[in-house]
Write a protein that binds this ligand. Structure first.
Ligand code: HAS
Length: 544
């Protein structure tokens, strides 16, 4: 077993540790805001509910995820594409890390100074300090550099290995970063062309519908940028951990390519209830939204097949006999598995959101908050937690001890219980009409609002349990850094012998990028022309 390159290990570890630092700060903010919403007045004078909500959203949804993903993908790119990053790829990785970190520090400082209480979607016409937008731009540019580093390594590998199929991990990393690069163009244009000049006062007003459309052009693929690294782990790593095989390399690659095609031209499903976009284009993007469900269904099928084939090879009988032979006591499997299991109701919630009539019931209610806590904060986060139990040992030359493994299982269970209570209450009270993005209020004791209160208390209880989960995962990360020295294998699964071979066209990037761009142009050109022509401009407001 070849040990992980030390220099590359430092780059990966720097990203992972930054991610968990953000998780801790974001977790503190989350617990406090949950308690406030549940009716406890615990906030000191110098910080408000919405500042905390902004810090929570930015740190958890944007910073924790991006750092973790870049670190994780770099690890696999280094391991599978030659066992070592090329100097240029490593330099780009560090340059990206530094830019993102400068951006994060400025952004968090501006939020805590009360100059950017605009929540993580920073909807105009709420206007933050220009430094908030500049900070975001730095984070995005930093992540681009990291993506370029991975593309460079992949390109050089392919030049040196003409005709060979690239490793699945690297292929999936390239798709994920490509999706990110194409998606972030939207938010970059919004921030650079609209928000920075407006927040500096160089222009008086902002086109609100345009800014939200550019945001959601980015905002929906953003959720798949979170999801794809989790899927990567399910497809590539989990088969190895359970001792099975990847069901089909071709299916795995095709599902990732379908995400590249269909995850971007669908942003309007976040704007179904907004004026200024014609119903035809909303309808079209909802159809494309239903297309993007297909690769998730393919992933579910593939995972079931991997588990079942493994179970049968161990002599499991009956329809679900294979369930019994899965390695339930191994946290590297258990945490991501719980993520998969919970993704079944989480994904079903997404399908509900995407349907226009049902969106009218749930939009802007706590149901949506419940939805994204199940998807990103459970399915994705639990998978990321499961990854650290082998990734930190791999890059630091250590081994996972049985005690750490047990603590990991306990952490996973605590997370699931906390999320069940919190997200379950959010879904239910959302259906009763309780709005999202609001601090504690009983609306002058309106009978409907009074009915919501027990659920808000339950949300606070779930939030406190989740915070215990945050503390435990942080202490587990520290424990892993101090684990006994030794060699841990980087778990990369092998493809099942019975799988069909992978067609070469899946690696014809020009073709796939071309189709993706064509779909984007088709779904967005005319609506954008309409939005610019009939622009609804507004001056900035500070609601805090
Ligand atoms: Fe969503 C809002 C639609 C998936 C995150 N979503 C959000 C927001 C976030 C978010 C953050 O159409 C709020 C944004 C904001 O602040 O306003 N979402 C969907 C759809 C899907 C979906 C159709 N969302 C996600 C994922 C997220 C995420 C993934 C993060 C990672 N979402 C919406 C819509 C809205 C929305 C509307 C706007 C709502 C509004 O009005 O504001 C689909 O991609 C879901 C497909 C998934 C499945 C599940 C497949 C199951 C699998 C597990 C297999 C299990 C196994 C284990 C193998 C069909 C793969 C089983 C083993 C056994 C033993 C049983």
């Amino acid at each position: 077993m070849k040990s992980f390159d030390r220099q590359d290990g430092k780059l990966v570890l720097a990203h992972i540790l930054f991610a968990f630092g953000a998780l801790l700060l974001g977790g503190i903010a989350g617990m406090m805001q949950g308690m406030v919403r549940g009716g406890a007045s615990i906030l000191p004078d110098f910080i408000g509910y919405y500042e905390l909500l902004t810090a929570h959203g930015v740190l958890m949804a944007l910073i924790f995820t991006t750092y973790f993903i870049v670190g994780f993908l770099y690890s696999g790119v280094s391991h599978t594409l030659g066992g070592k990053l090329l100097p240029a790829a490593r330099k780009l990785g560090w340059a990206g890390y530094i830019l993102m970190s400068v951006g994060t520090i400025i952004g968090v400082a501006v939020i805590l100074a009360g100059q950017a209480t605009v929540l993580y979607t920073f909807y105009a016409p709420m206007k933050a300090s220009p430094w908030f937008y500049i900070a975001l731009a730095l984070v995005v540019i930093g992540s681009w550099l990291s993506g370029f580093g991975m593309f460079y390594q992949y390109r050089q590998w392919r030049k040196a290995n003409t005709g060979k199929l690239s490793p699945l991990f690297a292929y999936m990393s390239v798709v994920t970063m490509l999706l990110w690069q194409i998606a972030t163009i939207g938010v970059a244009v919004e921030v650079v062309v609209q928000l920075i000049p407006w927040s500096f006062g160089w222009v008086d007003t902002v086109n609100v519908v345009l800014s939200r459309t550019l945001f959601w052009y980015f905002g929906h693929p953003l959720v798949y940028f979170w999801l794809l690294p989790a899927y990567l782990c399910w497809y590539v790593v989990i088969p190895k951990i359970i001792g099975g095989r990847i069901f089909s390399d071709a299916l795995a690659r095709l599902s990732f390519m379908l995400f590249l095609l269909f995850s971007i031209p669908v942003g309007f499903h976040h704007q179904l209830m907004e004026p200024g976009i014609s119903s035809f284009w909303k309808f079209l993007q909802v159809v494309l939204t239903f297309m993007v469900i297909i690769p998730s269904l393919m992933t579910a099928f593939s995972m079931f097949a991997t588990f079942e084939l493994f179970g049968r090879s161990k002599g499991a009988k009956g329809l679900f006999g294979w369930v019994k032979v899965l390695p339930w006591k191994d946290v590297r499997f258990f945490a991501p598995f719980m993520g998969m299991l919970i993704f079944i109701p989480a994904g079903a919630g997404g399908i509900i959101n995407a349907s226009n009539q049902m969106n009218a019931v749930v939009h802007n209610t706590l149901w949506v908050t419940g939805h994204f806590h199940l998807t990103v904060a459970t399915s994705v986060a639990l998978t990321f937690f499961g990854i650290v139990y082998w990734l930190i040992p791999v890059v630091t030359g250590r081994v996972l001890t049985p005690r750490m493994n047990r603590l990991g299982i306990i952490q996973t269970l605590i997370w699931c219980v906390g999320m069940f209570i919190m997200s379950g209450s959010m879904h239910t009270v959302g259906l009763l009409g309780s709005p999202r993005r609001t601090a504690y209020t009983t609306y002058d004791d309106h009978p409907d609002a009074v009915l919501w209160m027990p659920y808000h208390v339950a949300m606070a209880v779930g939030g406190v349990i989740l915070f215990i989960g945050v503390v435990l995962i942080i202490s587990n990360v520290i424990g892993l850094l101090r684990a006994p020295k030794g060699e841990t294998e980087y778990p990369i699964g092998e493809v099942s012998e019975s799988a069909d071979h992978t067609p070469k066209y899946l690696e014809r990037w020009g073709l796939w990028i071309g189709i993706a761009v064509a779909l984007i142009l088709f779904a967005y050109t005319i609506p954008l022309i309409d939005i610019i022509r009939n622009s609804v401009n507004a001056p900035g407001v500070r609601t805090w």
